[in-house]
Design a protein around this ligand. Sequence first.
Ligand code: ADP
Length: 561
Amino acid sequence: MKLKRRGFLGGFNRFRLMLTLGLAVVLPAAALIYLNFSQLRAFERDKVLEAAIHRDFQEMLAITEKKMNLKAYAMTEEARNLFPSPDIEPAEREKKLDAVLAKSPWLDHAFLFAEKGAVVRSQPRLVGDKYILEEQERMVKGYHDWFGKEGKMMVEAMHKKPRPISIYTEQTKRADGKAYMTTAYFVLPQLSSDRVVMGGVCFDPAYLKETLFSGVIQEMVKQKSTDQGGNQIAMMVYPVNMEMWDEVKPLAVSGGWGEGKPEVFRKLDDVFRGLALGIKYQGTSVEALGRTWMHRSFLILGCLSLLIIVGLVLTKHIVSKEMALARLKSDFVSNVSHELRTPLALIRLYAETLELGRITTQEKKQQYYRIIRKESERLTALINNILDFSRIEAGGKEYEFRNTDIAELVRNTLESYRYQIEQQGFAFEESIDSNLPAVPVDREAIARALVNLVNNALKYSSDEKFLGVKLYRDNGVVKLEVADHGIGIARRDQSKIFEKFYRAGDPLVHNTKGSGLGLSLVRHITQAHGGEIAVESTPGRGSKFILSLPLASATQQPAVS
Ligand code: ADP
């Protein structure tokens, strides 16, 4: 009944532990791992990282376009402020326009359309160029063709804008092939709005390519790399009206473009309409980056999950160990109570019988006295073990080492047990080397260790009752062997029997009284003497405990574990 209840309680505790571990640790950990994995999967499937990079790229391209536009407007503004009035002498006007061109070498042409006629001036260094001449002629023709009709309307429209400037880009030609020229039209700042007068400048295609576009994209690339570090980007400006990517000839490229198409592009639709901006990573693609990022994330998550699992397994292991110890302790309490009760009951029974005076034969009386003495000795031994154990646990056990004739100590100790041994029907073999040197030991402790070993040999023998005790010198140590032909110890138990409270699971052991303290005391005593305890045993054949003590003194006192 009792056993059943204990079993139930043990089972209940384990159930509670599993429930706590399960609900409080395993479930949340598993949920966390699962959520992370599925989130990463979703990231992978929806290409979240790629989309984020694309958005970032789009934003950069928009900023780049804005910067290019602002630059064009600022330069136009600068030229516009230098423009002459249309009302001065024609020769004077030309001179002033030439001064504008001289001050702004990035302009190819400067022109002034007024009610009375048009002046078109070009950079002196380009005057012989046939393409420049063609452009000049086109402009003069344009003045006659449309300015007369639409000029008034255009000027009015321009005055309504917050900035009275219109800029657009068109394809033209230069000696080295196709080129893109940007022209800015504006009304003059110093004229009243009813005047139909328009000024304009044409940006040199080579300047646009080599200085303006290049400068802005170079600056963006540099800024991005100092902002973020990591992967370097590359940018380019190219004409948009190309059918095939292979035919694209970039107008301006930042360093490190290498090969290939832009990852993200933006068609410019204001000042530089007809051109496009492209961006990509140097030496890698967004897709490849996404892939490596995914791999890395999965790897990190995998490692973390592994760590969590190892942690859980360790926790369970430790908690189970603690629970096993708690169980051993509760077994110990019931074992000890049992062990105390039996001898006490016997002592009481025999003492009462003697007291009643019913026993007449001397022999019988002697037998009863012997039983009373034997049982009280057992009680003393048990209580000594428990006291020693609690001293050791509290760290207060002290040993007194004295040079001792160990052969005499062993012989004396066995002597007081000889009767009991032989009475229980044991064949007792004793082999003690009397020529041993004196060994520094604590007499009482060594005697207790020997008594515990002998007691175990007697307790755990069933059919073949044999007890052998040997004391001899072996390679600088003194060995004390206690052997029996008893039930033996299973291999897996052999390392554990020296732990406190541990008793082998064998039913033969459980039917035998014991506290599980004896061998842990033996080990503590041996180690305090700088010695070692070992066991050799075969289940069903018997056991042999070998206690070795060094001849030189050693006095450290390790705690019982
Ligand atoms: P106790 O004998 O009080 O149970 P011990 O610490 O002396 O405690 O022994 C621990 C366990 O080691 C025993 O319960 C028993 O299973 C095993 N044991 C010890 N000595 C022997 C032996 N001579 N033969 C078989 N088993 C033994």
